[in-house]
Design a protein around this ligand. Structure first.
Ligand SMILES: NC(=O)c1ccc[n+]([C@@H]2O[C@H](COP(=O)([O-])OP(=O)(O)OC[C@H]3O[C@@H](n4cnc5c(N)ncnc54)[C@H](OP(=O)(O)O)[C@@H]3O)[C@@H](O)[C@H]2O)c1
Length: 322
């Protein structure tokens, strides 16, 4: 497993990280804890040392599973988690003051809860689960985060950028207040490469590429007949005629696989890792088989400039979250 520097944190993180939303057991339905535990252990066996979770994932359940596994291991594992927006609104809306979203006592309370769920005394990376640049000049949240750092409860702080809106975090990147950004970055949405990634490079922030498989679309396994468990958010995400659209798009992408990638997930993850500014790509992988397939991709190979150029034509401006 290749490691990369997580920006100014200086942490050396596995370039394949573990996205722990799916194992939380809400929104993503169908995860079984024993299988999640096996998948997470397998990923760590294969050199993954970075896990991205959130207090909101299964109301702490994802953190509890992550904490259980990390406590069973001897090696150093870096855990990132997130403070959820108090108004429970994803993404953050323009014009809503930060005092309604991240009041200081909420930040401190969430951090304490996460520490308990994880069974840790310190969190490596605490991220705000939504962000808007207009909050930079507003008071409260900054002192709360700095206070948690000063108290030794949090090592580094970051933001999770609003869905498909990398331009809403450019001032935060330049502010010097944050150590990392987490952003949707995949073949369908390469827009962070235009301004956000160069800004992260210039200001030395770590970059976590989230949703690299577009919630499963870029696995190439979604067909017009695919169904999801009842209550699963993907029933909305891939609702209406979106499965047909995804199928047409991924069938076209499959023609680009050979010789540089053996499968669509491999192509999708290699796409992210071909950008040196990305510190870690964090696919969800609830099964041993997906953990093994993804860990195997970390071999230092980059997609060729010619293929990266061809992939530009497969960008797909959309927002299935809205
Ligand atoms: N606002 C935010 O901050 C935010 C929002 C969304 C996500 N995230 C973070 O980003 C992470 C990744 O996003 P995600 O989990 O939502 O979606 P994703 O990584 O784009 O896709 C996950 C899906 O791809 C499948 N998969 C993974 N590797 C595969 C492979 N090699 N072959 C076939 N299928 C494969 C997984 O299968 P199995 O699970 O069945 O193994 C799962 O169904 C999350 O877990 C979370 O940590 C953050």
């Amino acid at each position: 497993m290749q490691k990369r520097r997580l920006g100014r944190t200086g942490l050396q993180v596995s370039e394949i990280g573990y996205g722990a939303w799916g194992i939380g057991g809400s929104e993503w339905m169908g995860a079984k804890d024993d299988e999640s535990l096996r998948a997470l252990h397998r990923a760590l066996d294969l050199g993954v040392n970075f896990i991205d979770t959130a207090l909101a994932y299964g109301r702490g359940h994802s953190e509890q599973i992550v904490g259980q596994v990390v406590r069973e291991r001897r090696e150093e594992i870096h855990i990132a988690t997130k403070v959820f927006p108090k108004n429970l609104t994803w993404p953050a809306r323009a014009g809503v003051p930060v005092a309604e979203v991240f009041p200081p006592e909420h930040i401190r309370h969430c951090c304490e809860k996460s520490l308990r769920n994880l069974g840790q005394e310190r969190i490596d990376l605490l991220q705000l689960h939504v962000w808007r640049d207009e909050w930079l000049e507003q008071e409260g949240w900054r002192d709360a985060l700095l206070g948690l750092k000063a108290a030794g409860k949090v090592r580094f702080v970051g933001i999770s950028v609003n869905d498909h809106a990398p331009e809403t975090a450019l001032r935060a990147v330049a502010s010097g207040l944050f150590d990392t950004v987490q952003v949707i970055f995949n073949i369908f949405d390469p827009t962070p490469a235009a301004a956000l990634l160069p800004a992260c490079l210039a200001h030395d922030l770590g970059v976590l590429a989230r949703v690299p498989l577009d919630e499963g679309a870029l696995t190439g396994s979604i067909t017009p007949d695919t169904t999801f468990p009842e209550g699963d958010f993907r029933n909305d995400y891939f609702g209406g005629d979106r499965k047909q659209q995804v199928f047409a798009r991924t069938e076209a992408l499959k023609k680009l696989l050979a010789p540089e990638a053996g499968s669509l997930p491999e192509l999708a993850l290699r796409f992210c890792l071909s950008h040196d500014t990305v510190s870690s790509v964090i696919p969800g992988m609830r099964r041993v088989a997906t953990a093994e397939a993804n860990a195997a991709i970390s071999d230092g190979r980059r997609l060729s400039p010619a293929l990266l150029e061809k992939l530009k034509a497969h960008a797909w401006p959309k927002n299935f979250y809205s």
